[in-house]
Design a protein around this ligand. Sequence first.
Ligand code: TYD
Length: 322
Amino acid sequence: MLSNLLLLVLENPTVEFVLKRLDTIDKRRLENWYERSTHIAEKFPTVLETFLWCCTDGEYAADTQNPEIFIGTFESKAKELGLSMEILSNLFFTHATLFDDHKSGIAPLKDSNVPLFIVFEGLDGSGKSTQISMLRDKLKLMGRKVYVTAEPTNSATGGLIRDTLSNNYKREPSELAGLFLTDRISHNVNPIWGIKKILKDGSDIICDRYYYSSFAYQGLGSDLQWIIDMNLNCPQIIKPDLCIYLDVDPHKCKKRVDSERTHLEIFENDEKVMEQTRMQFFEVFKKLNTTENIRVIDANRPINVVADEILTIVMSLIKRSD
Ligand code: TYD
């Protein structure tokens, strides 16, 4: 289906050439993709031209990672097509979801106006903050409301947790698991900054760490199944639509935290522990792979390649209307 279209684009990026070879189903999918953003019916060659541009010049501008080139290229194309920047960005960021090889995982698809709850996981130094802000900016460009949050939170319990992370106050892994659970419940139910409230208000949520971290970090020194049960069976704690695990070589992570932090937290001190934690994440993902939507991303690759893959996965959670 549309993967074949990509080949045609690479062979000869002219509208007529590709148009002749498109079947009816592909045409309908392209039209749906375009109409969902623009809300106006256009002549099909414009739809196709926009798609071809996304696959070629649009991709090229994004690949440069230079915001000036990106904005400049998008602004002039938006003007030429008579679209707003927001609509063209939306089309660009979603065009890859039309390829057949980008299917969503086990999560049920959501209507485009229903907010998403996305969690990022990974070792310290795996690049979560960078990827989170890149995803946030792209979703915002598409006109979505986005709220970025993190665990541990800034609640009173979060303070107790930080005392232990910074090695000022020692606690057993099971005590820490209990504190993270309490903090997570507040994170879900707080009437002002809680996850449920923010989702209800229509914002997507991107959360830096969630219960998967408790399974990996506290699960290493305490009873894993007990930690899984108390989190997954807690009625106040909701399940994310997607967990993205940024997989980076622990040696690289350790080097990054050593160069970026002045004071190391307890889980950042020892490369061996980081290796064990990574293995524990994988153990946990194996256990949860039929019930949670977890995607492991090879984040040793260049930042923009990783960001593109993440966006494609996120976009594939949203229902297409074909
Ligand atoms: P981190 O993402 O490193 O935050 P910061 O950038 O503010 O230091 O998270 C802090 C640490 O907390 C990290 O080493 C992993 C640990 N952690 C757990 O051990 N269990 C959990 O449930 C969570 C959410 C985090």
